[in-house]
Ligand binder design. Structure first.
Ligand SMILES: [Zn+2]
Length: 291
């Protein structure tokens, strides 16, 4: 069953039967994933599953064949789960726990210091989002190659984990919040350079300029979604193989440990299971990395 792959062309053509098969083959696993994310809230997990399936239908025209269909589905369910948890957190913060409706976007916008930045952030075009995913990955690649693993871990915590600056500096033994802001600032600067080298980088440069000013929270949400959808923090199977063999640099291993155990990347976990064909071995590795 795990080896079943849909015909993406049929899905893109809106073939009902093929979409039903997707639901049959992935529904259970996606639901289990969502349930873990919602701490067992079944109703919420089912809502997330529905949103995931809808999201899959909406996004299928832009399906990127560089990824497997499974990665595509799990990228979506992960994003929907993150969105859900954020909305729930926000609702709790607003003291509106009885109200079952999620707060609308206005609540977000009026809660932030820079509404115009947020509105502009929301307008980031599909093309610009795609490009942002590409340059984020490029940035991760060059940061990895130059051995700046702590910087990588900090950005993963901020963008993928949604951590706050003050939690990051404590967790990673940095001097203070300013040090975290500095890392973020330099990353944005570098992303601007990478965007400028690309055709059609214009939209993205505007977006990054706002981010550089401190931006709004929704900008971070955009980056988080793209970071996850594009598997930005994921390393290839070659690196995962080196991790298994225990031949990685200690700091690189720390980054992957964070990615696998704090961010709980399902994609890399699946790759490790696949590489070893031995989930007990992978569990033992993760337990070691979690320390
Ligand atoms: Zn990963």
């Amino acid at each position: 069953m795990a080896s079943w792959k849909p015909n993406v062309e049929l899905l893109q053509g809106g073939d009902e039967a093929e979409w039903c098969l997707v639901e049959q083959h992935f529904g259970g696993r996606l639901l289990a994933y969502a349930q873990r994310r919602t701490a067992g809230d079944i109703q919420a997990a089912e809502d997330i599953l529905q949103e995931t399936l809808l999201g899959a239908v909406r996004g299928i025209q832009n399906f990127n064949p560089a990824y497997t269909f499974e990665q595509y589905m799990f990228g979506i369910v992960r994003n929907r789960s993150i969105d859900f948890m954020r909305r729930r957190k926000l609702r709790t913060l607003m003291g509106d726990a009885e109200n079952e409706d999620f707060p609308d976007l206005d609540a977000f916008i009026h809660n932030d210091d820079t509404p115009s930045a947020i509105v502009r952030g929301l307008e980031l075009s599909g093309r610009a989002q795609e490009l942002l995913g590409i340059i984020l990955k490029e940035w991760v690649g060059e940061t990895w190659s130059s051995g700046e693993f702590q910087r990588l871990t900090v950005l993963e915590a901020l963008f993928s984990g949604g951590w706050r600056n003050r939690d990051v500096w404590r967790a990673f033994g940095l001097r203070d919040e300013t040090a975290v802001a500095g890392i973020k600032f330099r990353a944005i600067k570098r992303l601007q350079q990478l965007a400028a080298q690309r055709e059609s980088g214009g939209d993205l440069l505007d977006f990054l300029a706002i981010a550089e000013d401190g931006g709004g929270r929704l900008l971070d949400l955009d980056v988080t979604a793209i970071w996850t959808e594009h598997f930005v923090g994921c390393m290839g199977r070659k690196v995962l193989g080196e991790l298994l063999a225990g031949v990685l640099d200690a700091k690189a291993e720390e980054f992957l440990g964070f990615h696998l155990t704090a961010i709980k990347c399902e994609n890399c976990r699946a790759n490790l299971d696949d590489l070893t064909n031995d989930s007990a071995l992978v569990d033992a590795l993760l337990a070691r990395l979690a320390k």
